[in-house]
Design a protein around this ligand. Structure first.
Ligand code: D5M
Ligand code: FE
Ligand code: ZN
Length: 581
């Protein structure tokens, strides 16, 4: 039946979020409900588009019978669909207003297998209470924040810095698109693809893991012999549960078999590592078992090995790159004045002498998703829209971005507010919605995620919905400390390690969210909070936003850091430029 439901929707070009799929699957009559939803969607204003459907969309439909099966009726599906046991509650609608600290204290939904997590306070890496966290630039301090001065420039200075007024000598021969998945979506949404998708993830990540010295002698699960005691495995995690005694029992598999591995509560380092294990991630496991028949071979974990990244040499660059995202043009909370100040600064119109020189050196600008606010992204969004038409929003974006001097190359990738499918990887924003932006000569449209080489500086651009999943899935992460999440992405070599939480992933034949190539810069957005971290030489940058707090963010107590633009300046130094008081 699983395949039947998925195929039913896929044939109609509808992409179900994993939560929506669960809702349908667990309803009293999944097939009927599917048909009703399809009819309602196809008769509505979506008509021919690829339609993303989440739980809220379904719950907001009138006249549907959403009665659920009794809990005992639900036969557990395959491992990929089963509920993880250690999750914060799934919030299918915005919760009542509360502080984030309160929200974190809520108990997870209990299942028969669930047991309490160790108390966060006992763990060194545990989340510090919200009030103790610095709001701006968490984890990095504020010494690199530069307030762009308001001083307007006199006429003679203007000529010196405005490159678009003089002959442009800019050469983009060394700009390369290293990865763009826009034209690589061949999924038909069938269940077989999901299996292939996970096989591909395993293949890619095991290829990275087998280069780790600790795993040089790794073996497949079906090659384990009775008398063997030392195990060296590369596996995908299918289930994690904690036992009554506080140990973790993880169920792992490779393409030859599966087995349980016990992480003892007495091993502090390992328990800490196990806390952030995610279902479907691929890791190396060093374990020991007693010699004897395979039924008794419960293995005790000695070490867990992440794919991780090697240290990267710092790249010297002779140009500047500005990183932006989440501009949200079209929203009534878009800070147009601050954005115009930013574009005018880029053009050399104001700032101190030193700041104008910095602007003059900028060669690349990245817009990592949510350039516009879109329409119908969350309930009642239209009440906060200044421009209620998606094409008109992109026209306005073209007007604002079109003011930037034309010798800066602008790379635009989609976010969840853009006119692209919601499932990741997201193809580039199509020309039909953004004709006016496509007309600008200096703009490149790429997928989310995508990788570019800016004259040798490799930048992995990812909007960042996977950050939401990690925040919901672990007490160690928060929206404010998304720098920690970016480091975790690099250690796990994956941009959405928690398949099927909030990030709807398209069941492609290839897992494009694996971090195949180690970048010099990992650029994310989405959370609207600037952060910076340097992990093994890799700049981890979250580019914040140009939007003030929305009603939706108030509900989740997300406090944005608007109008701060990160830059990697000449020489490869990171700074954060402030365009607001
Ligand atoms: O995301 C704006 C902010 O809202 C960002 O901090 C993430 C948060 N956000 C967005 N969607 C969700 C969901 N579904 N759950 C929790 N938090 C979320 P934007 O993409 O600009 O709307
Ligand atoms: Fe956004
Ligand atoms: Zn977003």
């Amino acid at each position: 039946m699983t395949a039947e439901i998925l195929i039913k929707f896929a044939r109609k070009g509808i992409i179900l979020s994993p939560e929506a799929y669960d809702l349908i699957k667990n309803s009293k009559n999944p097939i009927n409900l599917s048909s009703e939803i399809i009819v309602k969607l196809k008769s509505g204003n979506y008509s021919n588009e690829m339609v993303p459907v989440d739980v809220n969309t379904i719950k907001n439909m009138e006249g549907l019978n959403l009665e659920m099966q009794e809990l005992s009726d639900i036969t557990s599906g395959p491992a990929k669909q089963s509920q993880p046991i250690e999750k914060k509650p799934l919030e299918t609608k915005p919760p009542e207003i509360k502080t984030q600290t309160q929200a974190k204290e809520e108990k997870p939904i209990a299942t028969e297998t669930s047991a309490q997590k160790p108390e966060p306070e006992t763990i060194e890496t545990a989340k510090t209470p919200e009030k103790e966290q610095p709001r701006v630039n968490p984890g990095y301090g504020s010494e690199h924040v530069v307030k762009i001065e308001d001083s307007e420039v006199s006429k003679d200075v203007e000529i010196k810095y405005k490159r678009n007024l003089t002959e442009s000598k800019v050469n983009f021969d060394k700009f390369k698109v290293l990865k763009d998945t826009s034209n690589k979506s061949y999924t038909s949404g069938e269940i077989g693809n999901l299996i292939e998708y996970f096989q591909n993830r395993y293949k890619k990540l095991s290829g990275i893991l087998e280069k780790r010295p600790e795993l040089r002698t790794w073996q497949k699960i079906n090659e384990i012999t009775e008398n063997q005691t030392d195990l060296n495995l590369i596996v995908m995690i299918t289930d994690i549960r904690s036992t009554k005694n506080g140990h973790y029992l993880i169920e792992v598999e490779d393409d030859t078999g599966s087995m349980p591995i016990l992480v003892s509560k007495d091993n502090d380092d390992l328990i800490r590592a196990a806390r952030n294990l995610m279902r479907d991630e691929v890791i190396g496991v060093i374990a020991q078992k007693r010699a004897g028949p395979s039924e008794n071979r419960l293995a005790i974990c000695q070490n867990l090995i992440d794919p991780d990244v090697p240290r990267k040499e710092r790249k010297e660059v002779d140009f500047g790159t500005v990183f932006t995202s989440d501009i949200h043009i079209g929203s009534s909370t878009f800070l147009e004045d601050a954005f115009v100040r930013f574009t005018r600064w880029l053009n050399g119109d104001y700032g101190s002498e030193e700041q104008r020189e910095m602007a003059n050196n900028v060669k690349y600008m990245i817009i990592g998703g949510d350039i516009v606010d879109g329409i119908g992204v969350y309930p009642n969004q239209d009440k906060e829209l200044a421009i209620k038409d998606i094409t008109a929003q992109y026209d306005e974006a073209a007007r604002l971005v079109g003011d930037i001097r034309s010798d800066i190359k602008i790379i635009i990738t989609p976010g969840n507010h853009d006119a692209s499918r919601v499932a990741e990887p997201q193809p580039a924003v199509p020309e039909k919605y953004a004709k006016s932006l496509y007309k600008l000569n200096n703009v490149e449209f790429l997928s989310n995620p995508s990788t570019v080489s800016l004259d040798g500086l490799e930048v992995l651009i990812y909007h960042g919905r996977g950050i939401d999943d990690m925040v919901m899935g672990s007490n160690d992460f928060s929206h404010e400390r998304n720098d920690l999440v970016m480091k975790e992405f690099l250690r796990k070599r994956h941009l959405a390690p928690l398949y099927g939480e909030r990030t709807p992933l398209a069941s492609e034949l290839e897992d494009h969210l694996v971090i195949d190539s180690v970048p010099d810069v990992l650029h994310t957005g989405h959370v609207h909070i600037n952060t910076y971290a340097n992990y093994k030489g890799i700049h981890c940058i979250n580019s914040g936003t140009f939007q003030t707090q929305t009603e939706f963010q108030k509900i989740y107590n997300i406090v944005p850091t608007p109008a701060e633009v990160p830059i990697i300046d000449v020489g490869g130094n990171y700074k954060q430029l402030k365009f607001i008081d």
